[in-house]
Design a protein around this ligand. Structure first.
Ligand SMILES: Nc1nc2c(ncn2[C@@H]2O[C@H](COP(=O)(O)OP(=O)(O)OP(=O)(O)O)[C@@H](O)[C@H]2O)c(=O)[nH]1
Ligand SMILES: [Mg+2]
Length: 424
């Protein structure tokens, strides 16, 4: 029996976890493989999850929700926010992360097979960036290659920010994700606001709506296993052809408001056209897509083995390897946690590994350089155990990652045939 263990880190990670487990709870009765994510004891089901944060605010909020039975040791917190990557990794977050590792070890000791860790956090803040970095390194060493780590991570937005050191935190965190995470599905708040504006007419949008999007994407992915007992271990790994080219852009649709009485279901072709639009991407790049790999994961109650197989939109998408999108289906109903959303018959997520992501890495690196040129906030990092040279190393890593993606773009088809030695 295989399982997944969910880890929710820092304010955003914990709030997303809260939304996700509320969604899982709604899906519980229809899912057939609940032991993938729950421990079932005496007729009760307990999430296989750990929520942890350096401060207690968000954790207490999740604990107040009594509709889900969590185990007592599913929560850990410290006393103050970390604010910077350095404090999250080396000082304020260190002890709570060590406790978290111990707690995870105890919880998973009893599992016969742990397939993966599903991790949620934002890497703009100190806890998400720093604790994730330390935690994922230790998990990687402890579990070697047996259990994959798949991150569903909020990156800084390109224009909108409420954290001045967000670019520092994110770049340092990215630097330490090199080897440890198998895949990183990326979101940013500005893109998610754009998607919500495009799909819905809401007067007021808050983190709940954004977190609902992230939760729906994760639920589509784990749903393959929970509803259909389909081995999802290949889903994300097939999207990541090289160890460093593992940053995925998700899209989600279609959301509809419950009070939209004129709402209609999209037909197959319309749905695919809609979902593969740039406007539905939850991490949007300023340049046109250049697909390396992609996968469509749709959900509807009735199985339809030929769904999308002959669709022209999908067939016309150019991919680096010349292959078309992989198509997966989750035979399940759509559930919604937020009361303003309608349950649709057909929903889906589209994951793309897209070389245009280099443009966002470049923007992030430029924001990092802008603060660094003035040596602004250096002391918040130096004083907490980070060496001066690590600023340069993290910067250079990100630049080389951009290079990896840019070299994919510059390849033409004749080169691909001779690309056996091509290493990224
Ligand atoms: N999508 C989403 N983004 C959030 C949420 N809460 C915070 N953010 C964003 O994530 C960034 C980091 O915030 P947190 O996750 O609270 O930070 P943290 O990881 O707890 O780290 P520190 O509090 O700095 O120690 C913020 O700047 C916000 O932009 C949330 O619930 N959902
Ligand atoms: Mg916090």
């Amino acid at each position: 029996m295989s399982s997944a263990f969910h880890i929710h880190i820092g304010g955003a990670g914990v709030r997303i976890g809260d939304m996700l487990w509320k969604l899982y709870e709604k899906e519980y009765n229809e899912a057939t493989q609940n032991n993938y994510i729950y421990e079932e004891v005496d007729g009760n089901h307990y999430p296989l999850a750990l929520f942890f944060d350096t401060d207690d605010g968000m954790i207490h909020e999740v604990q107040r929700n009594k509709s889900i039975k969590y185990k007592k040791h599913s929560f850990l917190h410290g006393k103050e926010e970390a604010l910077t990557y350095a404090r999250g990794k080396y000082t304020v977050g260190r002890e709570v992360t060590e406790q978290a590792i111990d707690c995870i070890r105890k919880q998973i000791e009893t599992m016969s097979r742990l397939d993966e860790f599903v991790i949620t956090c934002s890497i703009s803040g100190g806890t998400g960036s720093g604790c994730l970095s330390f935690l994922s390194q230790v998990l990687d060493q402890k579990f070697e290659n047996k259990s994959k780590q798949n991150g569903f991570i909020i990156f800084p937005s390109s224009e909108m920010s409420n954290n001045v050191v967000g670019p520092y935190n994110a770049v340092f965190s990215l630097y330490t994700m090199i080897d440890d995470l198998q895949s990183v599905t990326m979101f940013d708040n500005q893109s998610m606001y754009n998607v919500i504006d495009y799909q819905l007419e809401l007067d007021f949008v808050d983190y709940q709506h954004l977190n609902n999007l992230v939760a729906q994407v994760i639920s589509s992915y784990t749903g393959l296993r929970r509803f259909n007992n389909c081995d999802n271990s290949k889903f994300l790994s097939n999207l990541c052809p090289y160890p460093r080219v593992k940053y995925l852009i998700p899209s989600y649709g279609k959301m509809t408001l419950i009070n939209d009485y004129a709402r209609t279901e999209l037909q197959e072709t319309q749905f695919i056209q809609y979902l593969t639009k740039k406007k539905c991407q939850l991490y949007q790049c300023p340049i046109n897509p250049y697909l390396i790999t992609s996968a469509l994961l749709f959900r509807q109650k009735q199985l339809n083995p030929s769904f999308g197989q002959y669709d022209l939109t999908l067939n016309n998408l150019d991919h680096f390897f010349g292959q078309s999108s992989n198509i997966f289906q989750c035979a399940a109903s759509n559930y919604q946690v937020l009361p303003e959303f309608a349950q649709m018959k057909l929903t889906g997520s589209y994951f793309s590994n897209d070389a245009s992501i280099a443009s966002r890495f470049k923007q992030l690196r430029e924001s990092f350089c802008k603060i660094r040129q003035k040596r602004a906030f250096h002391q918040w990092y130096n004083g907490e155990g980070l060496e001066d040279c690590e600023f340069q190393e993290a910067h250079d890593y990100l630049q080389s990652l951009e290079g990896d993606y840019n070299s994919v773009r510059s390849f033409d088809n004749s080169q691909i045939e001779n690309s056996n030695n091509y290493e990224l």
